[in-house]
Design a protein around this ligand. Structure first.
Ligand code: BMA
Length: 342
């Protein structure tokens, strides 16, 4: 295997980081931040919990789209700002979304945001009501005005994640068609658009595998990371127990030019609920990644993941070690490696 490296990655000199503790003898190439969680309960007035949230570097600091569960139980998206990616100031007000005329256009609720820069624009994507659970999208260039885009899909759908650049001239969006409740099924799909409005050329990417940790449903987590081996996709997988669902996460590597083809898929999870803040909370046993910052200079990865629908956690890894682990523990099926069109 040639040297494994990030491709098209920006340099993030202040990426949050902590070396792997020597006491950590786990075989996974991912380790947790020792001061987790980085956002605790009741983080700001009117917000009881912040968890599944996404972070981008912005003007030498960091900005986050945070899933904030209000004290009336309704989730919404708030902006957070941080100099170090660890200590966060949470905006008092929800993100104010507008339509293309600049008029206020708020979703009824919004959760599980992802946030990503594509070309010169930042895109926020979340799950919202569109006569049932569906995907909402907005764009911003200054984090002051968020203009809503057309909802990309009819309901029901969740876990939409954009690619950081066009492939074959099109923007790419992963998503997970679902039901409007606590969906007991779910595959990852890829859709393409020339303009961020019309989405089509849908391709199946992968389904829950025979691996028990991801046997019920899967969903894209962080935006795919471009590497010399392909797109590294962190995704969550759900297993069913007599006490309910357990959310772990792992990774797959998608073909760079045909990302509906899975080149490698890790048969083991990279992280599963173990720590008290992951196994105990509003919904126990949930680790739910929504973002990963990668430093182009060092190959370091900082993964932001929701913990037990209550907190935000940070985990670290090195891209070459993750890619190597996925390849060495890969198990792909025929439906993974095919193009995904029937
Ligand atoms: C999923 C989503 C996530 C949540 C998870 C576990 O269906 O609603 O926001 O973290 O369930 O409750």
């Amino acid at each position: 295997m040639d040297e494994i490296r990030l491709v098209n990655a920006v340099s993030i000199p202040n990426l949050p980081w902590q070396d792997r503790p020597s006491s950590d003898k786990g075989e996974s190439p991912v380790w947790r931040y020792s001061e987790n969680p980085v956002i605790g309960r009741n983080p700001s007035p009117g917000v009881a919990r912040i968890f599944n949230s996404a972070v981008v570097p912005y003007e030498g600091e960091f900005i986050a789209a945070l899933r904030g569960e209000q004290v009336n139980g309704i989730p919404y998206v708030y902006l957070g700002r941080s100099k170090d990616g660890i200590h966060w100031d949470v905006d008092r007000d929800k993100i104010r979304f507008v339509n293309e005329k600049g008029e206020e256009f708020m979703p009824r609720y919004a959760y599980d945001p992802r946030l990503l820069k594509v070309e010169d624009t930042y895109y926020a994507i979340w799950c919202q009501d569109f006569y049932g659970a569906a995907i909402g999208m907005a764009k911003t260039t200054d984090f002051k005005t968020f203009e809503r885009l057309e909802n990309p899909f009819i309901p029901f759908n969740r876990n939409a994640v954009l690619f950081p650049r066009r492939v074959g001239g099109n923007y790419l969006l992963l998503s997970r068609p679902s039901d409007s409740g606590h969906t007991p099924f779910g595959d990852i799909w890829l859709s393409q658009s020339p303009d961020m409005t019309y989405w089509g050329k849908h391709r199946h990417v992968m389904n829950p595998s025979g691996n028990w940790w991801e046997g019920v449903k899967i969903g894209a987590g962080a935006a795919p990371i471009e590497t010399s081996e392909g797109w590294l996709l962190l995704y969550h997988g759900v297993s069913s127990t007599c006490n309910g669902f357990v959310y772990s996460f792992s990774a797959a590597i998608l073909d760079l030019d045909e990302p509906s083809r899975v080149k490698y898929r890790c048969k083991n999870y990279l992280l599963t609920p173990e720590e008290p803040y992951e196994v105990s909370g509003f919904v126990p046993n949930v680790t739910f990644p929504c973002a990963c910052l990668c430093d182009g200079d060092t190959g370091r990865m900082a993964i932001y993941y929701g913990c037990a629908d209550t907190y935000v956690g940070l985990a670290f890894a090195k891209v070459d070690e993750v890619v190597r682990y996925v390849i060495e523990n890969s198990q792909v099926s025929e439906s993974d490696t095919e193009i995904g069109l029937r």
